[in-house]
Design a binder for this molecule. Sequence first.
Ligand code: ADP
Length: 528
Amino acid sequence: MRNSWKDLSIAKKLYAVFGVMAVLIAGELLTLRFAMGTLSAVRAFVGGEGSWSKAQKNAAFSLHRYGLTRDEADYQAFLSYLKVPEGDHVARLELQKKHPDLAVARAGFLAGNIQGGDITKMIDLLRRFYWAPYLSRAIEVWAEADGLLAMFRESGKEYHELLSSRVPDRARLEEALHSIRVLNNELTSVEDEFSRVLGEGSRWLERVIISLLFMAVLTAESVGLTLTFLTSRSISKGLSEISQAANAIGHGDFIRTAKVYSGDEIGQVATAVNRMGGLLEKSYRELEFRVRERTAELDKAVRVRDEFLSVASHELKTPLSSIKLQLQMRKKALDAGGESAIWSASEFRKMVADDEKQFDRLNRLIDDMLDVSRLTAGKFYLKPEPMELRALVQEVVDRFSIQARAGGSTLSLEAGAPVRGQWDWYRLEQVVTNLLTNAMKYGEGRPIQVTVKAEGQKAVLIVKDHGIGIAPSDQSRIFEQFERAVSPNEVSGLGLGLYITKQIVVAHGGSISVKSELGQGSEFRVEI
Ligand code: ADP
C-alpha cells in the first residue's frame, strides 16, 4: 500500500487527496443533515406534546363545564378533545411493536394533531432512538400519562353517567369529581415531567450534534492538511534531492546519485538524472581515455619526428661530407701537381660518376621530403596519361642492373604482354624505384625478381627479394611516415619511401601489400 501510494503519479495523488477531502466533506454534510433532521424531529415531538397537553386541558375544561351546564355538547367536546392524546397513544403502541404498521402510526399522529411533515421525522426518531436514555424516559412518562388519561376518561364517563341519571347520587358525584381533579393534577405533573425530559434530551442532543459536527470538521481538516503536507513534502523532498544531485553532477561528481523516493514523475526524473550521471561518467572516462591515447600518439609522433630530423640531417650530411672530402683531395692534388694534367680521362670519368651518384642521392632525399610535405599539405597531384607499364619497369630494372650487380645480386624481370593504362609515368617510376631500391638495400645481395602482368582489369607489379624480411608486427606500420623496421645504424634511410609509394598507389585507385617472413625475404605486390 505504502509503495503503491509512492508510485502513483502526482496527478493521481492530488486527485486522491481531493477525493478523500470530498468524501469527508460529503460525510460532514450528511452528518449536518442528519443532525438537522433529528433536531427538527425533537422539535416536532415537543410540539406534539404541546397538542397533547392542550387537548387534555381542554377536555378537563369541557368536563368541568358539563358539570355546570349539563349540556351534552360539552360532554361530547370532552370526548372529542380526548381523541388527540388517544391518537398519540395508538401511534405509540404501534411503534413499540416489533413490526409496526406505519400507516396506523401515521393515522394515530394525525389524530394527535401533528403536522404531516413532522410525522415522518417523529416516526424515524422513535424507531431509531427509542433506546436513547432521554427518549426512553420520555416514552415511559408518555405511557404513564396514557394510563392516567385512560383513567381520566373513565372518570369522565362515570361523571357523565351520574349526571345523566334522574337522581344523581351526591356522594358518588363528589367521589367522581374528586378523582377527576386528582387525575387532572397528576396528568399536569406528568406532562411537566415529559416536557422537562424532552427539553433536557434536546439540549443533550444539541451538544452531541455540535460535538459530532466539530469532530467531523476537525477530521476533514486534519486529514486534508496531513495529506497535503505529506504529498507536498514528498514532492519537495524529491525535487531537492534531484537539484542537489544535478548540481553535484554539474560540478563533475558523476558518482553522485539522487535518492529515488517514489515511482511517480519525480522518481522517474531522479532515475533519469542518475542514468544521465552514469552516462556522463562513462563518456567522461572514455574521453579521458581517448585524450590519454591521443596524447600518447602525439608524443610518439613528436618522438618520431625528432628521430627523423636527426636521421634526415645525418642522411643529408653523408653525401655532402663525401663530396667535400673529394673536393679537398682534388684541391690538394691540384696544389701539388701544378698546371700539368694529374688525372687520366678514365680516372676523371670515375670521379664525375661518383659525384653524380652523391648528387642523385641528395636529390632523392630532398625529393622524398618535398613529396611528404606535399602529401601532408594535400597538394599532391597526379598527371595521368596513356602509358605502358612493362616498358617503364624494364627501363628502371635496366638502370639498376649495374648497381645490383655491384651489390652482388641479380635483377630479373618476368613480363608478359604489354600492360596499358592511364597512369602518371613519373610517379609510377618512383614506385618501381622505391621498391627496387629497398629490395637491393634489404636483399642481402641475393637475387631479386620483378614481375609485371595484367590480371583482369588490373595491372600487377611484384618485387620479390630473399633478404632480411619483415616481422609480421612491422608489416603494416612500414607504410606509415618515418616508420622503419631496422635501426638507423644497420641500414640508413628516412622511412619515407614506402609511405610515398603507398600514397601514389592509393591515388591511382590501387593497393599495395607485403608478404614476408624474417630472414626469408619479402614480396611487395602492387595492384592498380
Ligand atoms: P627506408 O628504407 O628509408 O627506411 P622505407 O619507407 O622505404 O624507408 O621502408 C620502411 C622500412 O620497411 C624500412 O626501414 C625497412 O625496415 C622495411 N623494408 C622496406 N622494404 C624492405 C624489404 N624489401 N625487405 C626488408 N625490409 C624492408
